[in-house]
Design a protein around this ligand. Structure first.
Ligand code: PNS
Length: 160
C-alpha cells in the first residue's frame, strides 16, 4: 500500500489545503494529513484545535487520516510508514522555502521523496497568514475557508 503524508501548520486549514488534500488523495492508497508544530510561527489555534478543525472540514473525503505530531517531520514519515511527503506549491515565492525544506529533509533521510502539487489557480493566493490578518481587521474570509473555519476564527477573535 502506498501512503503519502501531507504535513502543515493548518493554522487554520483553507480551501487551498482542502484542494491539495482531495487531489493528493487520488495519488495514494491512503493520505495522512499531519498537523505539525512550525517552530518559526506563532499559532493562533492549538495543535489540538487545528487537528479537530481539519477532521471536521475533511469529513467525507475518502482514504485520508488526520493526525498530529511534534518533532521532526522525517521521524513522523518513518513512524507512519508513508513513502512520500506531499506539499502544495502556490507561487515562485513558495519555491525557495519548499526547495530548502525538501533538500534538508532528503539529507535527514534519503529514503523519502517530497512531491509537489501546484495549487489550483483559484487558490493560488490564499494563505493561512492572510486569512488571520483579514479576520483581525474585520474582513470577510468566507470565500477562502470552509464555514466551520469562519466560525472558529470568529470565536477565537472574540476571545483575544
Ligand atoms: O504549513 P507550514 O507551516 O508551511 O508547514 C511547515 C511544516 C510544519 C511542514 C514544517 O515546519 C515541518 O516539517 N515541521 C516539523 C519539524 C521539522 O521537521 N523541521 C525541519 C524541516 S526541514
Amino acid at each position: 500500500m502506498k501512503a503519502g503524508l501531507f504535513p502543515g501548520s493548518f493554522d487554520p486549514v483553507t480551501n487551498g489545503h482542502i484542494d491539495v488534500i482531495r487531489r493528493a488523495g487520488k495519488l495514494f492508497d491512503k493520505l495522512i494529513v499531519a498537523v505539525a508544530v512550525n517552530e518559526s510561527k506563532d499559532a493562533m489555534f492549538t495543535l489540538e484545535e487545528r487537528t479537530e478543525l481539519l477532521k471536521t472540514v475533511c469529513k467525507g473525503i475518502p482514504r485520508i487520516e488526520i493526525i498530529c505530531f511534534e518533532g521532526l517531520l522525517m521521524n513522523a514519515v518513518k513512524t507512519f510508514g508513508t513513502s512520500a511527503v506531499v506539499r502544495g506549491l502556490r507561487a515562485i515565492s513558495d519555491f525557495e522555502y519548499e526547495f530548502q525544506m525538501a533538500m534538508m529533509n532528503r539529507e535527514l533521510d534519503p529514503n523519502y521523496e517530497t512531491v509537489f502539487l501546484m495549487s489550483s489557480p483559484s487558490y493560488s493566493f490564499v494563505s493561512s497568514r492572510m486569512i488571520k490578518e483579514i479576520v483581525k481587521l474585520g474582513g470577510d474570509v468566507s470565500p477562502f475557508v470552509p464555514p466551520a473555519i469562519v466560525e472558529a476564527l470568529k470565536r477565537k477573535h472574540k476571545h483575544n
